[in-house]
Design a protein around this ligand. Structure first.
Ligand code: AVJ
Length: 317
């Protein structure tokens, strides 16, 4: 079992400082979703995936169970790279289906603790597989993938939706560029559905998503010595019908100043002012297929659940 750390703690810190400074001095303020996932944030996300309102994980899981064998037959990869692997069960379904072909599994995640525990567990469960973890941001991990054997890249969960269209185009083209002819991408994407179902998925009744959202302020407190009071921010989930994406936002319940010693920065909030903490784009089938084609992929399969909420796309180079 191997874990490559391409994002060393000091790189991660520098990136956090840069992102936080840029985002919190912008108008409107924003933070990048990457920073939601410290150890606690990863746990809260796992909890979200089990909520009744949060349909994407279980919908994608059912699609994977149904189609993993078709994907295996088509792609026959010797190495599976899973971007943003987290700690989830979906990996088992994929690994079990791909087992006849696979010699190496490469999980990549930004959270080193989540990755290390997943690598240890999977290495024990699949003694015939080399498990080679990569700690990094999914956008720059592509450059550091181990070589050897026919590859497939899985990018599941709908995380592609965290990117704005220009970032998406760059990411997909970059992925296509590192893949050789005959290598595959398995992409999970949330589809545009009715607003109420979407909002509920990102603003659950139990308040877990709100806690997940506010956790980013705790991350800034812990890592930059900031004095955010998370209790003075409420979570909002907003559907943007033009861009067809959900935004998570944290809204200040009153005017306040916040000091961020790690950035040597003081910022102020007006009552009701919001920080955007995530975009989660939803797609139309033709749109996402076209984006893949534009990036240089050939879309071979589109598997959609019966309610039309989620799609798994299998594309080859
Ligand atoms: C992990 C990025 C796929 O956008 O649905 C869940 C993150 N945010 N609830 C998503 C998330 C709020 C999730 N992804």
């Amino acid at each position: 079992m191997i874990v490559d750390v391409h994002l060393r703690p000091e790189d991660l810190d520098a990136k956090l400082r840069e992102d936080a400074r840029r985002g919190l001095t912008s108008d409107p303020k924003y933070l990048l979703p990457t920073w939601l996932y410290d150890a606690r944030g990863s746990e809260l996300f796992d909890e979200i995936t089990r909520l009744p309102e949060y349909y994407p994980t279980r919908t994608e899981f059912a699609l994977l169970r149904q189609h993993a064998a078709d994907f295996a037959d088509a792609a026959r990869p010797e190495m599976l790279v899973e971007l943003g692997s987290g700690s989830s069960e979906k990996t088992h379904v994929l690994l079990d289906a791909l087992e006849p072909y696979l010699h190496t599994y490469v999980p990549q995640d930004v959270s080193e603790p989540a990755l290390r525990s997943a690598v240890a567990r999977l290495a024990a469960e699949y003694p015939n597989l080399t498990v080679h973890g990569v700690v990094g941001d999914f956008t720059d991990s592509l450059a550091h993938l181990p070589a050897g054997g026919k590859r497939a890249i899985a990018f599941l969960g709908g995380t592609i939706g965290n990117l704005v269209p220009s970032e998406r185009a760059q990411f997909l083209a970059g992925t296509a560029a590192i893949l050789h002819p005959g290598e595959w991408l398995l992409l999970g994407a949330g589809l545009v559905i009715d607003r109420d179902t979407l909002i509920a998925a990102y603003d659950d009744a139990a308040g877990v998503t709100a806690e997940f959202d506010r956790n980013v302020l705790r991350v800034l407190n812990a890592r930059l010595g900031a004095d955010f009071d998370p209790a003075r921010f409420v979570h909002r989930a907003v559907w943007d019908p033009e861009n067809e994406w959900i935004e998570m936002r944290l809204e200040a319940t009153e005017a306040m100043d916040v000091t961020i010693p790690g950035l040597d920065l003081q910022i102020s909030f007006a009552e009701g002012e919001q920080i955007r903490t995530e975009i989660s784009a939803k797609f139309r089938l033709v749109g996402i297929s076209q984006e893949l084609a534009d990036a240089g992929f050939v879309v071979r399969h589109e598997w959609v659940d019966p309610d039309g909420r989620f799609v798994l796309l299998a594309a080859s180079r």
